[in-house]
Design a protein around this ligand. Structure first.
Ligand code: NIG
Ligand code: FE
Length: 412
């Protein structure tokens, strides 16, 4: 069958992140998908679609579009005041127990209009796109009532329609206990399972279900009820697990075939072994570790030994990670957690896509995947994790269209 292309990108550098693997490649796009990729010299004869365009990558490095697999990007207000309190010595848990933390963002998010939430989130998302992001997961969890959770998820869906990025939504109704259910956590869990989740899933607002399983949030037994409700609706699950302590969260997640267990600073070898058996991705969130000035690092060596894929993400949220830079997050993953540059890149592409259950669409440069890729003005891919406070992102292409930066058209 003859190859027909809408666009051809030539003169791109490609490799696994180290200079010695660099090779100039070409990448052909048809119908928003990668239709051909390989060394320029091997490009076969092809037919040009009517609007065919050819671009000169000018030796830029190409990577798959970055995949942000864990964010709380939609929220009202911010928590700069809490930042001050933590600097003055209060801990994240102290603040949460005193009714602040997540609950202060819940109050602000309940008050905010849908338009206001969109207006606040859109510039955040544009910043992620400008650093190479082409797919992002956005969680609810600052509403904790059906009306506000739905509002957050609708805003997330709207962001995906209005901005050039693919949005996956995650329902995190079990993020914290809302004030009106104080002392009645099981009743709140019942509300989430019996009312909120089926309602929101029925409105097509939920791609996956998450739970914050922690001493200051929900127990293993409560989390399991949420997972059972998700299973009844056929929705995949993931979990905020082992962030501040180990209460058996990730092992529960693996029993429900979770796509990912996230944070994992306090995970032990039995947890890691269970994740390996279940194929659960470890999502590492070094910016939250950094902002909370944690000292216990996730067991990276055990993930390697047990073959558990490690994804990384900003965790963008107003409390523990007011972070809008995937590249800074990659640097933190390397500097604070000891990942190699190659692991950090895979963590932001292939493994992040897997953490979303979307590895067939995103995260690799292969024929048939979305034509989502980023071009970088660097001498080697190590520079992506190396510079702090600068973005060498030259262009971002999503579904074959340039959505950020510029690229040279060429006749060559
Ligand atoms: O991933 N751990 C719980 N959830 C978020 C924090 C949310 C917040 O503090 O607003 C996290 O760190
Ligand atoms: Fe989070």
């Amino acid at each position: 069958m003859s190859l027909r292309l809408d666009a051809l990108w030539r003169n791109l550098n490609h490799g696994d992140g180290s200079e010695r693997d660099a090779s100039r490649i070409a990448l052909g796009v048809a119908d928003g998908k990668i239709a051909w990729i390989g060394p320029e010299a091997e490009l076969p004869a092809f037919e040009q679609a009517p609007e065919f365009a050819q671009y000169d990558g000018a030796g830029a490095w190409v990577t798959p579009g970055l995949v942000e697999c864990h964010t709380h990007l939609v929220f009202g207000g911010n928590r700069a005041d809490e930042f001050r309190r933590r600097l003055a010595g209060a801990s994240y848990e102290d603040i949460a127990r005193a009714g602040g933390g997540i609950l202060s963002t819940v109050a602000a998010t309940r008050k905010a209009s849908e338009d206001a939430l969109f207006a606040a989130a859109a510039p955040r998302l544009r910043r992620l796109i400008a650093e190479g992001v082409t797919a992002v997961e956005i969680k609810s969890g600052y509403g904790l009532d059906a009306r506000t959770e739905a509002k957050m998820l609708r805003v997330a869906r709207l962001l995906g329609r209005e901005l050039p990025v693919t949005v996956y939504t995650t329902f995190l109704g079990a993020h914290a206990l809302p004030p009106e259910y104080r002392g009645r956590p099981d009743e709140y869990i019942e509300l989430v399972c019996a009312d909120m989740l089926p309602l929101l899933a029925g409105q097509g607002l939920v791609d996956a279900v998450d739970v914050f399983c922690e001493n200051i949030a929900f127990s293993v037994a409560q989390s399991e009820r949420i997972f059972q409700a998700a299973a009844r609706l056929g929705l995949p699950v993931k979990m905020h697990a082992e962030q501040l302590s180990n209460i058996g969260a990730s092992q529960l997640a693996t029993r429900y075939g979770a796509l990912s267990a996230d944070h994992l600073e306090h995970a032990v070898e039995a947890d890691v072994a269970a994740m390996s058996r279940a194929g659960t991705v470890a999502v590492l969130l070094p910016a939250a570790y950094y902002c909370l000035r944690e000292t216990k690092r996730p067991p990276v060596e055990l993930f390697r030994r047990h073959g558990v894929p490690m994804a990384i993400s900003t965790d963008c949220n107003p409390g523990t990670a007011p972070v809008l830079s995937p590249l800074l997050t990659m640097n933190m993953a390397c500097t604070l957690f000891g990942l190699t540059v190659e692991e950090a890149l895979q963590g932001y592409t292939r493994h992040a896509a897997r953490a979303l259950g979307r590895v067939h669409l995103h995260g690799t440069l292969e024929v048939g995947r979305h034509a989502d890729f980023a071009l970088w003005d660097v001498d080697s891919l190590a520079e992506l994790a190396y510079w702090l406070g600068a973005s060498p992102c030259a262009a971002v292409i999503r579904h074959g269209q340039i959505v950020h930066g510029a690229a040279k058209s060429s006749d060559c």
